[in-house]
Ligand binder design. Structure first.
Ligand SMILES: CC(C)(COP(=O)(O)OP(=O)(O)OC[C@H]1O[C@@H](n2cnc3c(N)ncnc32)[C@H](O)[C@@H]1OP(=O)(O)O)[C@@H](O)C(=O)NCCC(=O)NCCS
Length: 271
């Protein structure tokens, strides 16, 4: 991959991008990732960075407990600049959930490094790392799943432009949209005491890996979506967010990620 123009330091042009795993929460590059995380994602889309930092620390100390999540924070920078916080090009964070699949939580690319393939590279590397994790457990890796918040119909043009960038990136890495599901998730930006904070509706995307795309029938997709609620958000069937995500008669199906890229009309139709 070639980096061109507007990188924060002149000689970044034409350097390859290196992706590596963070193992030290105090490292300047990990701290640069914290800044980028807060700059690139809206507050209601992200968990406190401290939780991610903690998982980096835990990973350096011990193996995940049996059945536990195997979490990874991967960082990207131009070759030779892996120690320069100003040159951090992007990050991805996620985990293998044994017995379920991969879950990609967050990805972000610095403004100067966008549209150069950094996001795609981070996804591909993340898939590889999870394959190794699953292989070590003697498990297949059926899929990797991720969530993304589609902007409001009346949101700024820049939000819609970013949504287009996201869905193109998802397409590029082989991600498919789970059409027919608004995944209701808790609003992390709200006060913990605020039970009234409306849930955040998210779109889901799946990269089929060891399970072929054709096997993601509506029934299997409902299991995958329900599994995400149970494992990640601890919402069981019968809880309001679970039941409102998967109402009776919900028939999810996989479609190209770019099909999720359109604006929704006031009546909720894609236009
Ligand atoms: C979404 C994001 C990660 C994309 O990263 P990136 O490194 O620019 O993506 P890539 O260079 O790998 O591009 C992947 C595809 O998306 C397209 N793309 C990227 N940015 C685009 C934009 N602004 N408009 C249109 N297409 C765009 C690329 O052209 C490429 O498609 P192609 O291969 O068909 O040409 C980046 O814009 C970002 O960090 N946004 C803010 C944080 C965010 O939204 N994270 C995702 C949370 S789910």
């Amino acid at each position: 991959m070639q980096l061109q123009q507007s990188a924060p330091v002149k000689d970044t042009a034409h350097r390859k991008v290196i992706v590596w795993e963070a193992f030290d929460a105090a490292d300047a590059m990990t701290q640069a990732a914290a800044k980028l995380y807060e700059q690139t994602l809206a507050a209601d889309e992200r968990i406190p960075w401290m939780w991610i930092e903690q998982s980096v620390q835990d990973r350096a100390k011990s193996k995940p407990r049996p059945g536990g999540w195997s979490r990874h924070l991967l960082l990207a920078a131009p070759e030779g600049r892996q120690d320069d916080p100003d040159a951090l090009a992007g990050y991805v964070y996620g985990a293998l959930l044994p017995g379920y699949g991969g879950y990609l939580c967050y990805v972000g690319v610095a403004d100067w490094a966008r549209r150069m393939g950094v996001g795609s590279r981070l996804y591909e590397q993340f898939f590889k790392v999870l394959r190794v994790d699953a292989g070590e457990l003697g498990e297949p890796l059926p899929f990797v799943i991720w969530e993304s918040h589609r902007p409001d119909p009346l949101a700024d043009a820049s939000d819609w432009e970013n949504w287009t960038a996201r869905t193109k990136l998802f397409d590029r890495v082989g991600g498919l949209w789970v059409d027919g599901v608004d995944f209701l998730s808790p609003n992390f930006a709200a006060d913990e005491e605020d039970d009234e904070a409306p849930p955040v509706p998210l779109q889901l995307f799946i990269k089929p890996l060891d399970t072929p795309e054709a096997e993601f029938t509506p029934e299997r997709l409902r299991e995958v979506v329900g599994g995400l609620h149970e494992r990640v958000y601890h919402n069981a069937p019968g809880s309001p967010m679970f039941d409102r995500t998967l109402p009776v008669g919900c028939e999810p199906r996989l479609r190209p990620a770019r099909a999720a890229g359109g604006r929704k009309s006031e009546r909720g139709e894609l236009v």
